[in-house]
Design a protein around this ligand. Structure first.
Ligand code: ADP
Length: 657
């Protein structure tokens, strides 16, 4: 076995490989780009070497720099993780030439599976079932169209060099074929530098089922059963589970055999995945083979009780596979969800920034959390914005589902937008609950997944209002010893008004403190009594005989309310900023709430630019600066410094241009 290995990757997979090495007593070397100097994988590794600038092309894709780091640190082997150089045959060869073990298959196997058309030709010889189609050399449009006509529509045109869901066109009818072909070839040429395509039958309502395979250098090949990765968006996996719901022992054996035949046909050694597309009938066909460890490998580990990274290390060190096919068994059910820094409600836009708050579920025998980051870390625009993988296990799918829902509700993040709430809704859809799986599940469940169909309830709004008021009161109390004199706490003055925004809705709520809680009145005149306590980051409050518990985070103008059913983010409306827009107030700036004027900032008669500070007032123990809503002239002030003003008092006569 190796004494020291280098991990040519970052994020959760690098951290995950380090964990196995640590358990096996193998020293680890991390590599990092300038964007990752403080990254979690660097902190966890025994040694770390800088390999270049932030863009991947200048760091994690630089085989020369990585090999150099391995030589300098005396690492005997390189684990490529997934992505980056993991399926780069040239890098695998360069490692061999440098006398360093590449923890992956032989370069020849990577080459053989790298091109979809060539791989299909090989698989045909090996007797692996293929989607009906044409994957030969000829590329003339008329010829390909005739092939498509013979296959029968709909067909799928695929770039042979394609990957990541790019370079695919579904064609409904013969008349549309040539235009789709031209557009697919253009995309293939620009994305992969290779316009070669194949044509195959489009399988309706397909499931993506893949088989984990493993080979060693002694001629053994086994499979570790299947994973169902049908829940996808834009051909990218979102949820994965093992075993595949509805799989029969016969079909599992047939798919396992096809997958190991595929692996043997290319002399496979190490971890690989053979991907199949399956029809609702259960019939299945080879799609492609990924010659590396997959993101979703933990679900296989959970149901087989294996550590696939350990297997990779053992096989790379020349050992035999730790188990034979007969010794491998499925135990229970595992589900994985990919937690991403992205805005699922706005086209899955990646979200970057600092994770000012991050709490992930407590790991246990049933819950595994593979994280690439910790609280305080940054999600940069350079790499895949994955935060963590949540993997749950239980004796059956129903129980695993419940665990996943709980785990997702326990994910708390602030600073970047995450898909945790989206995943929570996704796991709860009827289709996923009933294992009605196919690659169109997310589109089909569009309504249930749409955030607009999950508005905050009256109780949610009331809870947020109380937490907003109490959080700002306790923040002020900490800041100033005199804040105890705040009438809010002592005498219970008139109701406090708070304006919150959530999912493009705005509500102004009146919060009145009572002996054992609060009375909250919403914009829509609903009135709720809330009993209990709130403060210093958490709450346990009773509303309508239901106890709501969780954490709360006040971060700038954002209020995050974390609870049993997930998290909601509210924006605390800054009433002063709202007054920026004089709108129908005849050009005057009004006091947004009762308070005291602290300073008048410009000479009456001055011309000011839009956004220029005009007046400072103090309200709710905080200073607020009123800004010019537009370019214009300050005609005069209607108040003096030190003056106490009421809600809506006219403060500044302002004339916008
Ligand atoms: P990539 O290499 O870009 O990931 P794949 O060939 O693995 O491309 O296909 C990606 C996804 O596209 C599959 O998971 C499946 O959802 C869909 N797909 C691929 N082939 C077909 C087909 N013949 N019929 C229907 N859907 C398909």
């Amino acid at each position: 076995m190796f004494d020291k290995i280098l991990i040519a990757n970052r994020g959760e997979i690098a951290c995950r490989v380090i964990a196995t090495c640590r358990r096996l007593g193998i020293a680890t070397v991390a590599v990092y780009s300038d964007a990752d100097r403080d990254a979690r994988h660097v902190r966890l590794a025994d040694e770390a070497v800088r390999i270049g600038a932030a863009p991947a092309a200048e760091s994690y894709l630089r085989g020369d720099a990585i090999l150099d780091a391995a030589r300098r640190t005396g690492a005997q082997a390189i684990h490529p993780g997934y992505g980056f150089l993991s399926e780069n045959a040239g890098f695998a060869r360069a490692c061999a030439e440098a006398g360093i073990v590449f923890i992956g298959p032989p370069a020849s196997a990577i080459d053989a599976m790298g091109d979809k058309s060539a791989a299909k030709a090989l698989m045909q010889q090996a007797g692996v079932p293929l989607t009906p189609g044409y994957h030969g050399e000829r590329q003339e449009p008329a010829f390909l169209r005739a092939q498509a006509d013979a296959i029968g529509y709909p067909v799928l045109i695929k770039a042979s060099a394609g990957g990541g869901g790019k370079g695919m066109r579904r064609v409904e009818a013969s008349a549309d074929f040539e235009a789709a072909l031209a557009s697919c070839q253009r995309e293939a040429q620009s994305a992969f530098g290779n316009a070669h395509v194949l044509v195959e039958k489009y399988i309706e309502r397909p499931r993506h089922i893949e088989i984990q395979v493993f080979g060693d250098g002694h001629g053994n090949v086994v499979h570790l059963f299947e994973r169902d990765c049908s829940v996808q968006r834009r051909h990218q996996k979102v949820l994965e589970e093992a075993p595949a719901p509805g799989m029969t022992p016969e079909r599992r054996a047939a798919m396992g055999r096809a997958a190991t035949d595929a692996a043997r046909a290319v002399g496979y050694v190490g971890a690989g995945t053979v991907e199949f597309i399956a029809a609702p009938s259960g019939e299945f066909w080879f799609m492609e083979m990924n010659t590396r460890l997959q993101v979703e490998h933990p679900v296989t580990e959970m149901i087989t009780g294996t550590d696939l990274v350990e297997w990779q290390l053992r096989v790379a060190a020349g050992q035999k596979l730790p188990k034979t096919q007969d010794e491998l068994r499925i135990h229970g059910h595992a589900i994985e969800a990919r937690l991403y820094a992205e805005d699922a409600d706005r086209g899955f836009l990646p979200s970057t920034g600092t994770l000012r708050h991050l709490r992930l579920p407590q790991a246990s025998a049933n819950v595994r959390v593979d994280a690439g980051v910790e609280q305080g870390d940054a999600i940069t625009p350079y790499y895949d914005p994955m935060i963590a993988k949540l993997v749950v296990w239980d004796v059956d799918r129903e129980r695993a589902l419940l665990r996943m829902q709980r785990a997702l509700a326990q994910c708390q993040a602030a600073g970047v937008t995450t898909n945790a709430a989206f995943l929570h809704r996704l796991v709860a859809t009827a289709s996923f609950q009933h294992a009605d799986l196919d690659t169109a599940l997310i589109e089909r469940e569009h309504e249930a997944l749409d955030i607009a169909h999950h508005p905050a309830s009256a109780a949610d709004w009331a809870l947020a209002a109380v937490l907003a008021v109490e959080e700002s009161a306790s923040a002020t109390a900490e800041a100033s010893p005199w804040a105890i004199a705040d009438g809010w706490r002592l005498t219970g003055p008139a109701a406090r008004s708070i304006t919150l925004e959530h999912l493009q809705q705005q509500q102004t709520l009146q919060v009145r403190r009572e002996a054992d809680g609060w009375q909250v009145q919403g914009s829509d005149a609903t009135s709720l009594r809330i009993i209990g306590h709130a403060g210093s980051g958490n709450y346990a409050l009773q509303i309508d005989d239901r106890l709501l518990r969780g954490d709360v985070l006040h971060d700038g103008s954002a209020l995050y309310v974390f609870g049993d059913t997930g998290q909601r983010r509210y924006t605390l409306h800054d009433p002063v900023a709202d007054a920026d827009n004089p709108g129908d107030h005849g050009g005057s700036l009004l006091a947004p709430m009762p308070g005291r004027v602290i300073a008048l900032l410009v000479e009456p008669g001055s011309r000011v630019a839009r956004g220029a500070p005009l007046l400072v007032m103090e309200a709710m123990k905080m200073e607020h600066t009123l800004q010019a809503p537009a370019e214009g002239v300050v005609n005069g002030y209607r108040v003096r410094a030190g003056e106490q003003v009421g809600d809506g008092a006219v403060l500044v006569d302002f004339e916008a241009d």
